[in-house]
Design a protein around this ligand. Structure first.
Ligand SMILES: Cc1cc2nc3c(=O)[nH]c(=O)nc-3n(C[C@H](O)[C@H](O)[C@H](O)COP(=O)(O)O)c2cc1C
Length: 680
C-alpha cells in the first residue's frame, strides 16, 4: 500500500511542471498567462510537497527542484517589470534543465544522498538501502542523469528554446536512453561484481552453521590487519542457528550464540547462505532482492570477500593431488599414566576417526621419552641455529613435528594447565622459531624458522565437572595458535573425565567416545572439528552433585587399595559405585509414572544392601534395606559388575542362576531400558 503510494506520488511530482508548461503554452504565452502558469504550477508543486510529507514522510530531490524552480519563476514574473518577466517563460525549459543538472550533481558533492538514491528509496525495500551495491548503482546513475540534463540544457540553450531542441530531442534522450539505462544498469553492475569461482564443493560442510564455524580456517590475517570486530549470523531453517565470528589481533574465532552489539548482522535462511558461499547464487543480487538481510557496517560486508577465502580449486590437477595426499597426524600424549589415561581414551577414538578417513597417525608417549626442559641458553638460536644443545629424544621428535600435517596435543589438566611433560616438550620446540620479532596485527611474535603447514588439535580431560577448569589451558593454546600462526582446528575437552571408566555409565560415555571419533573424521574430512562435536564432548554426562558423590564413593572404596599400591583396573569394581552410577543415569522418559523400590542384596566379596526408590521420574540411591521392595535382586558382586561391564548378558546370567530375583519380574525386564542408556 505504502509502496504504491510512493510510486503514485513519484509520478504526480511531474504534474506541476507539465501544467506550468501547458498553461504557459510552451513559452508562447502572454504575460497574464505566464503569471497564471507559474502560480498554478507553484500551488500544485506545494500540494505535491505537502502530500509527500504528510503521507510518506519523505520528499524527493525532484519535488524540491520543481518547487524551487516554480517558486523562483513566480517571484520572477510577479516582481520584475513586464519586459523582463517574459524572460523566465521564454527560457523556462532551458532553466529547468539547468536546475535538474545542478540537482543531480551537487548533493553528493556535499555528502548528501545522490539524486536517484532518494528516488530509488521510494521503490526499494528499506533493508537494501544501506547496501554498498545500492549506493554505488545510484551514484553511477545520478552522474549519468546529470550528464543527460547537461546535454539537454546545452541543446535547449544553443537551440534558442526551439521546441525541436528544447523538447523533442531532450525527450528522445530521456525516454530513449535515460530510462532504458536506469532499467538495465543495476543488473549489469551486479553481474560484473559476481564472478563465479570454481569451488571444490567437497570441501564444504553440509550445514550453514558448520560452514560458519569453519570460516576461521579461511581467515586472512593480512587482509584483517588490526581489525577488531564481531559479525553475527542469524541463520534460519534447517542447518541454521546463531553464530558469531570474532575478529581481533589478526585472529578469527567462531562460536555459537549471540553478541550484544555486533558490527554486522547477517540474517539469512541457512540454505541460501550455503548457496551464496558455494558461489551458486549472486550474493549482491540476492541481497538486493531482499532474500537475506544485513544490518550494520556495510563496508565490513564488502570486506568479507577479502577477509575469508573459500576453498578454491586452482586447477583440476592440484585438487586431485590434494585429495590423494595422506594426512600425517602426530599425537603427543602428555599423561604420565597412558595405560589408565582418560585422555588416552579420547585420543584413541579421535585417531581411529582420523584413520577411517585415510590419515596416517603416530602417537608419542612423552612418559617414555627423555626430554629435558629448556634451560634458556639460546644455543638453538645463536651458536647452532635450529639445533638444541641437549641431545636427548627431542631432536628426533622435532623432525616428526616438522613433517606432520596435524599435531595433536593430548594432556590431562594438571593444575589448570598442561602436564609438565608436555610443557617441557613445548619449551623444546624453540629451535623451530627464529629469534627476531615480527608484528602481526597488534602483537609481536617470533617467525617460524621453517615453513609451517601444520595445524593443531588440543585434547584434554580433567577431573572436576566444570568446563571452566579448561579456561587457562584454552587461553594458552589460543596464544600458541596466534604466536606460532598454527591454526587450532579442534578443542576436544572433557570435564569429569574419570566417569569414562565407570561401567555403570558406559552407555552415556559411549556418546562421548563417538563424538571423539567424529572429531577425528571431521578434522581430516573438513579440516577442523565442528563446534557441535566439541560441545557434545563438553556436555556433562551426569549432574555435578551426582558426579561428586560418585567420586567420593570411588575414593572411599579405593583409598586403601591405592595406599597399598594395588593396581587400579580400568573396569568398574565397586558395587556401590555401580549402583550410584545406575541411579544417576536413570532414564526419566522411559520411566514415565513408574513407582517402586528395587532392593540389591549383595553377597560374597563385597557384601552389602542397597536399594533404589523410583518415583516422579527420579531414581534415588540408598544404603540399607527397604520394607516390601517391588523387586529384590540377590547377586554376588562380580556377576552384577560383569553385567555392567558388558562381559555378561543380564538375561542369560539370570537363566543360568548366576543371580536371583523376586517380586515384579516385569520390572526386572525393564531394567535394561530404565538404567544407563540415556535414551528411550
Ligand atoms: C597433579 C594433578 C593436578 C590436577 N589438576 C586438575 C585441575 O586443575 N582441574 C581438574 O579438573 N582436574 C585436575 N586433575 C585431574 C585430572 O585432570 C583428571 O583426572 C584427568 O582426567 C587425568 O587424565 P589422564 O587419565 O589422561 O592422566 C589433576 C590431577 C593431578 C594428578
Amino acid at each position: 500500500m505504502r509502496s504504491n503510494l510512493k510510486k503514485i506520488l513519484f509520478i504526480t511530482s511531474f504534474i506541476p511542471v507539465i501544467v506550468f508548461k501547458v498553461v504557459a503554452r510552451v513559452g508562447e504565452a502572454d504575460i497574464i498567462q505566464a503569471k497564471v502558469a507559474t502560480l498554478v504550477g507553484l500551488i500544485l508543486a506545494g500540494i505535491q510537497f505537502f502530500l509527500s510529507k504528510r503521507f510518506i514522510n519523505h520528499t524527493t530531490y525532484l519535488e524540491k527542484a520543481f518547487i524551487g524552480f516554480l517558486g523562483f519563476g513566480t517571484a520572477w514574473v510577479y516582481l520584475t517589470p513586464d519586459h523582463l518577466s517574459s524572460l523566465f517563460v521564454d527560457h523556462s525549459t532551458t532553466l529547468l534543465y539547468f536546475v535538474l543538472f545542478l540537482t543531480t550533481l551537487v548533493p553528493q558533492l556535499f555528502g548528501y544522498d545522490p539524486f536517484t538514491y532518494a528516488i530509488a528509496k521510494q521503490m526499494a525495500p528499506e533493508r537494501v538501502w544501506n547496501t554498498p551495491q545500492f549506493r554505488m548503482i545510484n551514484l553511477h546513475l545520478t552522474y549519468f542523469w546529470s550528464g543527460i540534463f547537461l546535454i539537454n540544457f546545452l541543446l535547449s540553450w544553443l537551440g534558442h528554446g526551439k521546441p525541436l531542441f528544447s523538447i523533442l530531442i531532450p525527450l528522445i534522450i530521456i525516454l530513449g536512453i535515460g530510462l532504458p539505462v536506469v532499467r538495465i544498469y543495476p543488473n549489469l553492475f551486479l553481474k560484473r561484481q559476481f564472478t563465479p569461482q570454481p569451488i571444490d564443493s567437497s570441501f564444504f560442510p553440509k550445514t550453514a552453521k558448520e560452514l560458519i564455524s569453519l570460516m576461521p580456517m579461511g581467515f586472512n590475517p593480512e587482509a584483517a590487519g588490526d581489525l577488531k570486530t564481531e559479525i553475527q549470523f542469524n541463520l534460519t531453517g534447517d542447518g541454521g542457528g546463531k553464530m558469531v565470528l570474532s575478529i581481533s589481533e589478526g585472529r578469527c574465532r567462531a562460536q555459537e550464540g549471540e553478541v550484544l552489539s555486533p558490527a554486522l548482522t547477517i540474517i539469512s535462511p541457512a540454505d541460501l547462505w550455503l548457496k551464496i558461499t558455494r558461489r551458486e547464487i549472486d550474493p549482491a543480487r540476492s541481497l538486493m532482492d531482499g532474500l537475506y538481510e544485513v544490518k550494520g557496517d556495510m563496508n565490513l560486508l564488502m570486506k568479507m570477500g577479502d577477509l575469508f577465502r573459500p576453498p578454491t580449486k586452482v586447477n583440476g590437477q592440484e585438487a586431485t593431488q590434494k585429495e590423494k595426499k595422506t594426512l600425517k597426524i602426530l599425537a603427543v600424549q602428555g599423561s604420565p599414566r597412558p595405560k589408565l589415561s582418560n585422555t588416552e581414551i579420547l585420543l584413541k577414538e579421535f585417531l581411529r576417526g582420523a584413520q577411517s578417513q585415510g590419515a596416517e597417525t603416530e602417537t608419542i608417549y612423552l612418559k617414555d621419552k627423555d626430554i629435558h626442559s629448556c634451560v634458556g641458553c639460546y644455543t638453538c638460536w645463536a651458536k647452532t641455529p635450529g639445533v638444541c644443545t641437549f641431545n636427548d629424544d627431542m631432536p628426533e621428535l622435532l623432525e616428526k613435528v616438522k613433517g606432520c600435517d596435524i599435531i595433536v596435543y593430548a594432556t590431562p589438566l594438571y593444575n589448570y594447565n598442561m602436564t609438565s611433560r608436555l610443557k617441557a616438550f613445548q619449551e623444546r620446540l624453540l629451535p623451530l622459531l627464529d629469534p627476531h620479532l615480527i608484528r602481526t596485527g597488534e602483537t609481536y611474535r617470533h617467525p617460524q624458522r621453517y615453513e609451517v603447514k601444520r595445524k593443531m588439535v588440543l585434547i584434554s580431560t580433567c577431573g572436576f565437572p566444570e568446563i571452566s577448569h579448561f579456561d587457562g589451558l584454552r587461553h594458552i593454546f589460543g596464544l600458541i595458535e596466534q604466536s606460532g600462526q598454527v591454526p587450532l582446528v579442534g578443542e576436544i575437552m572433557m570435564p569429569a573425565a574419570e566417569l569414562l571408566k565407570q561401567g555403570g555409565l558406559k552407555e552415556r560415555t559411549q556418546d562421548i567416545l563417538q563424538s571423539a571419533y567424529r572429531a577425528g573424521v571431521e578434522v581430516v574430512r573438513d579440516g577442523r572439528v565442528s563446534k557441535e562435536t566439541e560441545n557434545q564432548i563438553q556436555k556433562p554426562i551426569i549432574a555435578p552433585d551426582e558426579m561428586a558423590e560418585m567420586a567420593n564413593l570411588w575414593w572411599d572404596s579405593h583409598l586403601q587399595g591405592i595406599a597399598q599400591g594395588k593396581p587400579q583396573e580400568g573396569g568398574i569394581e565397586d558395587m556401590r559405585l555401580l549402583l550410584r552410577g545406575m541411579a544417576a543415569t536413570f532414564n526419566t522418559q522411559v520411566a514415565g509414572n513408574l513407582r517402586g523400590t528395587i532392593q540389591f542384596e549383595v553377597t560374597g566379596k563385597q557384601p552389602g544392601n542397597w536399594f533404589f526408590t523410583i518415583e516422579n521420574g527420579r531414581c534415588a540411591y540408598h544404603e540399607g534395606k527397604v520394607d516390601s521392595p517391588t523387586l529384590t535382586i540377590k547377586t554376588p558382586p562380580e556377576v552384577w559388575l560383569a553385567i555392567a561391564n558388558k562381559e555378561l548378558d543380564g538375561q542369560q546370567a539370570f537363566m543360568e542362576g548366576k543371580y536371583s530375583a523376586a517380586g515384579d519380574m516385569g520390572l526386572l525386564m525393564r531394567m535394561k531400558s530404565l538404567f544407563g542408556s540415556g535414551r528411550p
